[in-house]
Design a protein around this ligand. Sequence first.
Ligand SMILES: [Zn+2]
Length: 278
Amino acid sequence: MLSLPDEFMPACESTAVPEAPGWWFAFAGSTLLVHTATGGGTVELPHGAVWPFAEQPPLRCLFLGILNGQPCHAVELAEAPPPAGLSCIGLRELWGRLDEARLGIAGQALQLIEWDRSHGFCGRCGTPTQRRADERARHCATCGLTAYPRLSPVVMVRVLREDGRILLARAPRFAPGVYSVLAGFVEAGETLEQAIHREVAEEVGIQVRNLRYFASQSWPFPHSLMIAFSADYAGGELCVDGHEIVDAGWFSAADLPGLPSPMSMAWRLIQDFVTQEH
Ligand SMILES: [Zn+2]
């Protein structure tokens, strides 16, 4: 599960005490700088009161908040060979290797670096923007526009038939043999429920009913919020669109295909189905 830990207190720079030794979430592109010499495949973040690698000065630094009394910093690095004893590893590959609390904060760090980098100029008038001290935002002094970190809501739905089978579908981008639940971006003006009905009809040609909220999860690739539901099959024959979905079928818990990463909300939804069926 990728989420901010309960013990983390998000804060902007103005409200925190950054002098204490803290954790450095340093990204080169979408890879995180970690110590890999900790043994057993686990990794650890750089730690210190100041950025520990003077030879690699940050391109950008954002204060994130406090974890158990220790400040957390997000840093953007130029793509260059990492310091000795460290590696740059993608967040997905760090699942199970970096502890869950820091993995969740790393997801926030990655999103905020990307947002800060992409909003250096006002989207309305082109003037350079400034970070606000009182909230996570960038402000344009010329036209007054304020830009906040962007989130793109994605609905995800697990469809069940009365015979206990689940609908799983395959997108062309998935690893070979992997199937998952349906998902799609919420469009402007839609409710979450409308987005589900539209996506399911567009992608596999069926109708669903009885939507039940399941859970949500941050998905920082690059800035999604996954909102998961269960639903019941209501009618229609499976007919894939051949574009976003290339194959779909009904599967029993005892006969599942390859599944997405255990880090994902889709895996949780499917795992919950398996648990209920046994
Ligand atoms: Zn402006």
